[in-house]
Design a protein around this ligand. Structure first.
Ligand code: NAI
Ligand code: MG
Length: 366
């Protein structure tokens, strides 16, 4: 059957960057025989304007049945004063929750041409390509008991780090599956030296590895040491798998190794569906950028690389994902820059559509 995609451009620069992705999807259909059954729909503020809700039940149902959802961005000043129950981000939160997307993928990729954007030395980051896998639906942000209680004459703030064996097992399986589509190497990070949940995490990851994925190389690191290694020599890693709290910190740290927000893709995966593909939502890390919306200034690369992730992780087209990433790399090497990437040494400034044109031309040459 034809692979299916639900495209939700959203608000602000969302539709601008998604228009470039649409052209790339069309290119794959015309030039590589890779045809997708694409449906486009509303999410966020635009859905509220049309239907009075940031995500209709019909769109939610569609998201549950397609092979992958690709989202632009939601929100904007026009919607800031709406009631919390209909705010644009509620549309996104509903998608994540009802699809039960427990595995959050944040790649840190550094294209050679942009290595000087990093806060680290060029040789540390040039060519970097690692993936932080963060558990997203459990752990200390959700564990009970929680709250601020009174104890004697003072207040106590309480959160609970809690992981079940099955929650650890499913994120571990995600990590090993992803590693098999990359460089076959997983580093698991926790604090088994001081946390019970960390001890269980290490045990379960080790058990799943031995029983189901002995072909993948596995190592363990305490998360604090991991943060040091990540900023010292990040190229030692391929997939890093960690819990919700440590993943929050480590993925933001990793993102800054590589530079502009306009370059960062992400994915959130859930349980495998009947066809074996995981439920999946792909989206750029950035928001709707109201300060540049409607000006043809947005960098479409984060959204384009999110589609490349869909090719690799939902559709098993790692070679085609690489083709697209190589096209992006070639365009950057030639000096094409959207305004967010304009460095002191210059380059050729292009619009959102100009960047799309250049990437399509590079695909034609691939
Ligand atoms: P933002 O990511 O939209 O923008 C932050 C800064 O980065 C801005 O200066 C913007 O111009 C720039 N930027 C972002 N993406 C860019 C791109 N592709 N190309 C060039 N420059 C880019 O974050 P901000 O300003 O905090 O939020 C704006 C709106 O977006 C808010 O309504 C917020 O709630 C929403 N938002 C939505 C997200 C989502 O849909 N997943 C995530 C983050 C924020
Ligand atoms: Mg964070």
């Amino acid at each position: 059957p034809t692979p299916s995609l639900l495209i939700l451009p959203g608000d602000g620069i969302g539709p601008e960057v998604m228009a470039e992705v649409r052209r790339i999807i069309d290119w794959y259909g015309a030039k590589r025989g890779l045809v997708f059954d694409v449906t486009e729909d509303l999410v966020g503020g635009c859905a509220y304007d049309a239907h009075g809700t940031p995500l209709t039940d019909a769109t939610m149902a569609k998201a549950q049945e397609v092979d992958a959802v690709l989202l632009g961005a939601v929100g904007g000043p026009k919607y800031d004063d709406l009631d919390f129950s209909v705010k644009p981000e509620r549309g996104l939160l509903r998608l994540r929750k009802e699809m039960d997307l427990y595995a959050n993928l944040r790649p840190a990729q550094c294209f050679d041409a942009l290595a000087d954007f990093s806060s680290l030395k060029r040789e540390v980051v040039a060519g970097l390509d690692i993936l932080i896998l963060r558990e997203l639906t459990s752990g200390i942000y959700f564990g009970e008991p929680r709250g601020i209680i009174r104890e004697g004459n003072e207040r106590v703030g309480i959160n609970t780090q809690r992981y079940t064996e099955s929650e650890i097992a499913r994120i571990a399986r995600s990590a090993f599956e992803l590693a098999r589509k990359r460089s076959n190497k997983v580093c698991s990070m926790e604090k088994a030296n001081v946390m019970e949940s960390g001890i269980l995490w290490r045990q379960v990851v080790t058990e799943i590895h031995q029983a189901e994925y002995p072909d993948v190389e596995l190592s363990h690191m305490y998360a604090d040491a991991g943060a040091m290694q990540l900023s010292r020599w990040p190229k030692q890693f391929d997939v890093i798998v960690t819990d919700n709290l440590f993943g929050d910190l480590l993925s933001d740290l990793a993102a800054m190794l590589t530079g502009s927000l306009g370059m960062l893709p992400s994915a959130s995966l859930g349980a495998p569906m009947a066809n074996g593909r995981p439920k999946a939502l792909y989206e750029p890390v950035h928001g709707s950028a109201p300060d540049i919306a409607g000006q043809e200034k947005a960098n479409p690369i984060a959204c384009i690389l999110s589609f490349a992730m869909a090719l690799r992780y939902s559709f098993d087209k790692g070679d085609e994902a690489e083709r697209l990433e190589k096209a992006v790399e070639a365009v950057l090497a030639k000096g094409y820059r959207t305004p967010d990437l304009m460095a002191a040494e210059g380059g050729t400034q292009v619009t959102t559509k100009g960047m799309g044109d250049a990437i399509l031309a590079a695909l034609d040459e691939s």
